[in-house]
Design a protein around this ligand. Structure first.
Ligand SMILES: Cc1ncc(C[n+]2csc(CCOP(=O)(O)OP(=O)(O)O)c2C)c(N)n1
Ligand code: SF4
Ligand SMILES: [Mg+2]
Length: 365
C-alpha cells in the first residue's frame, strides 16, 4: 500500500485596513490603502536594474512582500526578467526561474503539479509554497495568453499575475493589446495619416479571464493602491485553485512622465475611469468594484504623460467616452461635466492643457 502525504497549504492573513493603512489626514480619502504596515521581509531586494520609478518593480516588491519567504516565482521574458537577471546578480531571496514569454502558464502549472506530487509522495516535506508567475502584458495578454488560459482552466493552485505596463517595453516600447487608444509607441507613432497614434482600444484582459474561467479568483488593481495590491495578492494565494491578478504598472521610460509620479498615475488612471479596480468572486460570480472618492476628466491623466502629448480634442473626447462607459459598467452615474467632455468642442489639444503638478508623496511608509 502506498501512503500519500497530506498537502498542507499556507494561510496568509489580510493586512489591517483600519490601522496606518486607513485614510491618513486626507479628507477625500485618497490615502486609503496607502502607507501600509509593510512586512519587514523583502524577497525582492535592492539590486535589480529597472529604471527609476519603474512601476513593475514596485509591483514585484509589493507582491513578494505580501507573499513572504515560502514562495517560488516564475518570470517570463520581458523587462522584469532581463532587468532582474543580470549575470551573477539577482534581487530575489526566494527561488526564481525564467520561462519563455509564451509559457508562463504552462511552466507555472508544471511547478504547481510537481509540488503537489512531491508532497504527496513524501519527497518534499515542507508546506505547499506560494507559486507565482508575474508576466508582462505582452506575455499575459498576447504571446502567452493561451498558456495562462490553460492553467486557469485546469485550476492549478497558483497565482498568475499580469504586470501591465501597456507596451512591449523590453524590446523598445512596441504596442501591445493593452496599450490604450491614442498611445504613442514605436509601432503606433502619431503622424499625418493616423494622428491619434494607436487606433484600437485596449483588450479587456481581466474581464476575459473572469468571464472565461468563472471558477477562478480574479482581481485588478494598480500600484497606486499598495495595500489593495498586497491584500489581493494574499487573497489570490489563499484561494484554493487558480487565481489571476491584473496590475496596472506605469513604465517611466515608455510613457515619458516625471519619475516620482508612478504611484500618482496608479490613482489617476482609476479616478479617470480608465482602469476599473475590482474583484471577482467565483462563488457568487459577481464583481465588487472600487469606486474612487474623486472622479476626474481623462485629460487629468493624459497630460502627465508624453505618450499622449500629440492627442487632439477629438481624441481626448473619444477617450472620455470610453471612460464614461466604464463608469456606467461600474454602476456609477456619470457626472454632467464628464458627459460634456464627450464633445470635442469641450476639449483642448492635450499639449495645451494645463494641469497642476500633484504633491510628491514618495513610496512606502
Ligand atoms: C516568442 C518570442 N517573441 C518575441 C520575443 C522578444 N521579446 C523579448 S522581451 C519582449 C517584450 C515583452 O513584453 P511584456 O511581456 O509586456 O514585458 P515588458 O518588457 O513590457 O516588461 C519581447 C517581444 C521573445 N523573447 N520571444
Ligand atoms: S522600460 Fe519600463 S518596465 Fe522596463 S525597467 Fe524601465 S520603467 Fe520598468
Ligand atoms: Mg509590457
Amino acid at each position: 500500500m502506498t501512503l500519500t502525504q497530506e498537502v498542507v497549504r499556507q494561510y496568509l492573513p489580510l493586512f489591517d485596513e483600519q490601522g496606518r493603512a486607513a485614510a491618513v489626514g486626507d479628507d477625500v480619502g485618497r490615502d486609503r490603502h496607502y502607507l501600509p504596515d509593510l512586512p519587514v521581509e523583502d524577497p525582492y531586494q535592492a539590486g535589480h536594474r529597472t529604471c527609476a520609478g519603474c512601476g513593475p518593480a514596485i509591483e514585484y516588491r509589493s507582491v513578494l512582500k505580501a507573499a513572504g519567504q515560502n514562495t517560488v516565482v516564475a518570470g517570463p521574458t520581458g523587462c522584469m526578467y532581463v532587468a532582474n537577471a543580470t549575470y551573477m546578480s539577482t534581487p530575489y531571496t526566494v527561488p526564481w526561474a525564467h520561462t519563455q514569454i509564451a509559457s508562463g502558464g504552462s511552466f507555472t502549472s508544471g511547478v504547481a503539479a510537481a509540488y503537489e506530487a512531491m508532497i504527496r509522495k513524501g519527497k518534499y516535506r515542507g508546506q505547499y509554497p506560494n507559486i507565482i508567475v508575474m508576466a508582462g502584458d505582452g506575455s499575459a495578454a498576447d504571446i502567452g495568453i493561451g498558456s495562462i488560459s490553460g492553467a486557469l482552466y485546469r485550476g492549478h493552485d497558483a497565482l498568475f499575475i499580469c504586470y501591465d505596463n501597456e507596451c512591449y517595453a523590453n524590446t523598445g516600447i512596441q504596442t501591445s493589446p493593452t496599450t490604450p487608444y491614442g498611445g504613442n509607441t514605436t509601432f503606433t507613432p502619431p503622424g499625418k495619416v493616423i494622428p491619434e497614434g494607436k487606433k484600437l482600444p485596449p483588450k479587456n484582459l481581466a474581464k476575459m479571464m473572469a468571464e472565461g474561467h468563472p471558477n477562478c479568483y480574479v482581481a485588478t488593481t494598480t500600484v497606486g493602491y499598495l495595500m489593495d495590491l498586497m491584500n489581493k495578492t494574499r487573497k489570490g494565494l489563499n484561494f484554493r485553485g487558480a487565481a489571476f491578478m491584473h496590475v496596472y504598472t506605469p513604465c517611466q521610460k515608455g510613457w515619458v512622465y516625471q519619475t516620482p509620479m508612478t504611484v500618482e498615475l496608479g490613482r489617476r488612471v482609476v479616478e479617470a475611469g480608465l482602469f476599473p479596480v475590482w474583484e471577482y468572486d467565483p462563488l457568487t460570480r459577481s464583481y465588487d468594484y472600487f469606486i474612487p472618492p474623486t472622479l476626474r476628466p481623462v485629460t487629468d491623466y493624459l497630460v502627465m504623460q508624453g505618450r499622449f502629448g500629440h492627442m487632439h480634442p477629438e481624441h481626448a473626447a473619444t477617450m472620455q467616452r470610453a471612460a464614461n462607459r466604464n463608469w456606467e459598467d461600474m454602476g456609477v452615474e456619470v457626472p454632467t461635466r464628464l458627459r460634456e467632455l464627450e464633445d470635442p468642442a469641450h476639449n483642448e489639444y492635450v499639449k495645451e492643457t494645463t494641469y497642476s503638478m500633484p504633491v510628491q508623496r514618495g513610496v512606502g511608509a
